[in-house]
Design a protein. Structure first.
Length: 235
């Protein structure tokens, strides 16, 4: 009982400690900025690159084209967003294995996204290096599915509807991601962008959850309920 109370007090302390609240706000801001950069870089790159068809051509095609630096910049920003979420999630120290799994999933996803942006080997017939892109894509598929479901319960403790959103993202991803590999190449670009939007929605939702936890001390009861909902209901 003492251990559970201490955990609750630590989380409530996020409200009374300006440094902790600032950390969560920074993590939330970086996450939203990274999601915006990913979307913006894809739109700008698609508009500026000649003969690029956003419906048929994938993000990988854009990242390997003449203006690859634009899409790469977005991928680096998104990697930073995922790292920021991992830092914030670790700082909150939510109880339960699911939250721990989500922290590691976020860190691994950040690594995969960054390597995809940095290493331009897409199995396109060149001989400049070892092609690992497809394995990284498989990694993204598995890790995002795990992340959405693993983090759902913890997010629900912050705001109940966030649990529902995370599960819906997980269901949509689990159904739609495998279809990407069997779709005709005439539409797989648009499908891949849709998958990316699912992840961006989730990132923004988690950023909103972090911002909620960083609110002032008068909302401490909300924070206490994250770790100890039964006791919070009694107060």
């Amino acid at each position: 009982m003492t251990s559970r109370t201490n955990r609750s007090d630590q989380l409530v302390g996020l409200h009374s400690n300006p440094a902790d609240a600032m950390l969560l706000r920074i993590c939330a801001s970086v996450a939203v900025l990274g999601a915006v950069l990913l979307i913006a870089s894809n739109i700008v790159g698609s508009l500026l690159l000649d003969n690029h068809d956003w419906v048929a051509d994938t993000v990988s095609d854009l990242a390997a084209g003449q203006l690859e630096i634009i899409q790469d910049f977005g991928l680096y920003g998104y990697g930073a967003a995922l790292i920021a979420l991992a830092i914030g999630a670790a700082h909150i120290r939510m109880p339960g294995r699911g939250w721990t799994v989500s922290i590691f999933a976020l860190a691994l996803l950040a690594a995969c996204v960054t390597v995809i942006g940095a290493r331009n080997e897409y199995g396109d017939g060149d001989n400049e290096g070892v092609e690992i892109h497809i394995y990284l894509v498989y990694g993204l598929g598995v890790l995002f599915a795990v992340l959405f479901f693993a983090a759902a319960r913890g997010l629900g403790r912050i705001i109940p509807r966030y649990r529902t959103i995370s599960i819906l993202c997980g269901v949509a991803w689990t159904v739609a991601a495998p279809l990407f590999f069997i779709l005709p190449t005439s539409v797989d670009g648009a499908w891949e962008r849709g998958l990316g939007l699912i992840t961006c929605v989730w990132v923004v939702v988690v950023a909103a959850a972090f911002w909620r936890l960083a609110r002032p001390a008068e909302d401490a009861i909300v924070v206490r309920s994250v770790l100890h909902p039964t006791d919070a209901a009694k107060t």
